[in-house]
Design a protein around this ligand. Structure first.
Ligand SMILES: [Zn+2]
Length: 405
């Protein structure tokens, strides 16, 4: 057994921090937490002194791709081998841990399942990985690679597979469950980095989306939808998805649907910020730059409106590995939520802890409360003064064990 004495504790749920706090850890989970005078130290337990630090829950990035990419050129994403990507991604996992990220949701990769299992076995260090495996897209959809001959995509090993019609969609979902995924990722609109579609085009019919969400419900797996334009966001929500990824254009009806369904919004401001500001220097294709610039203002506006409406917002970067969007700098999302959206520092922290925890089917993720994983980050400075302090990591603990810094 082990306990942590904390200068200040932010638990990921509460409105206020606890000063002079104590966290008792047993078998990797939080056994007790509260003000030090109310939580007694167990006998024969190790004391970890964090009295000079601010302790926050291990951060969660609710939207990553552990694909190990090192380029923003979609052609490289096709030609790089999965083996090379997996090897590089082991370094990305270490970078994530060092940055205080103790859990990630991988929503589209050929590598996620193997990485998850290797981390779980203790073969490689890393955050807890919750993965969709390969995403599911319609033909000509966001996950199709439009510049390649169709047969190459169908027989290839890209980050999405293709399915058309409710029967194929159902079968593709079942294939993912057979592989052992933790969530399903589907594409219900076009996107920025897919050449021949557009963010405001909806993809998949209601019947196709419904077939996949029905299968997912049966096995208790949440469904994430890449959805940027309002029509595709609304068809995803009406047909039972659990999270909306990106959400560039939200109309009133979409906001109401979020409220009715309790779905979580994962805006992924970070990748858009990086593409708009630095993408041209990093080989982002012209069509990607153009579509990002066009959507950027509406995107911030959508997130602000969602925040005002009280919709649950989770932090997710959409980082994939290259210098433009590298793992290890995932704290950018909290900064953008605070600085550009206007979230309070506490809400930005909650977005990367309890709110991000909502996106995975594991109740033990996302906070320092009884029964949760003892995933903690000790910070040198107070993120309630400036959320950038989440970058000043003194130590990272996973399941109560020190894993980084
Ligand atoms: Zn993504």
């Amino acid at each position: 057994m082990r306990y942590f004495d904390c200068g200040t504790l932010i638990d990921g749920f509460s409105d206020d921090p606890v000063h002079d706090a104590r966290v008792v850890v047993e078998d990797g989970t939080v056994a007790a937490v509260g003000p030090r005078e109310e939580v007694s130290a167990p006998e024969d337990a190790d004391r970890v002194d964090c009295t000079g630090e601010v302790v926050v829950p291990g951060l969660v990035d609710a939207h990553v791709h552990l694909q190990g990419s090192r380029s923003m050129d979609p052609m490289d994403w096709v030609t790089d081998s999965t083996a090379l990507g997996t090897a590089r991604a082991t370094a990305d996992l270490r970078s994530l841990l060092s940055a205080g990220f103790t859990a990630v949701r991988d929503v589209g990769s050929t590598t996620g399942l193997a990485l998850r299992d290797a981390v779980d076995e203790g073969a490689i260090p890393g955050p807890r990985v919750y993965t969709s495996g390969q995403a599911i897209s319609q033909t000509a959809g966001h996950g199709d690679v439009h510049f390649l001959p169709a047969e190459w995509v169908e027989d290839g090993d890209g980050i999405s597979t293709l399915a058309d019609g409710p029967a194929e969609c159902r079968k593709e979902a079942r294939r993912r469950f057979r592989e052992g995924v933790d969530c399903l990722k589907i594409m219900t609109t076009g996107g920025v980095l897919s050449e021949k579609d557009a963010p405001d085009q909806s993809q998949f019919t209601d019947a196709e989306i419904g077939a996949m969400t029905e299968e997912a419900r049966r096995v208790g797996v949440p469904v994430a939808s890449h959805a940027q334009g309002a029509p595709g966001i609304k068809s995803a929500l009406r047909n039972g998805v659990d999270t909306i990824e990106h959400g560039f254009y939200l109309d009133e009806e979409a906001v109401d649907l979020f409220r009715e369904t309790g779905a979580t919004f994962v805006p992924t401001l970070s990748i858009m910020h990086r593409i708009v500001n630095h993408g041209a220097d990093h080989g982002v294709p012209e069509y990607g730059l153009e579509k990002s610039r066009e959507a950027s203002e509406a995107h911030y506006d959508a997130v602000r409106r969602a925040y005002e409406a009280g919709i649950p917002i989770a932090a997710g970067t959409d980082f994939i590995g290259p210098d433009l969007v590298p793992h290890g700098e995932n704290a950018l999302e909290l900064e953008l939520l605070a600085d550009e959206v206007g979230m309070t520092e506490m809400d930005a922290i909650r977005a990367a802890t309890s709110m991000a925890g909502r996106t995975v089917a594991d109740d033990a993720v996302g906070g320092i409360t009884e029964g949760k994983y003892a995933d903690l980050v000790a910070l040198e400075a107070d993120p309630l003064d400036d959320v950038s302090a989440v970058r000043d990591v003194a130590a990272v603990y996973r399941g109560g064990e020190r894993v980084a810094v």
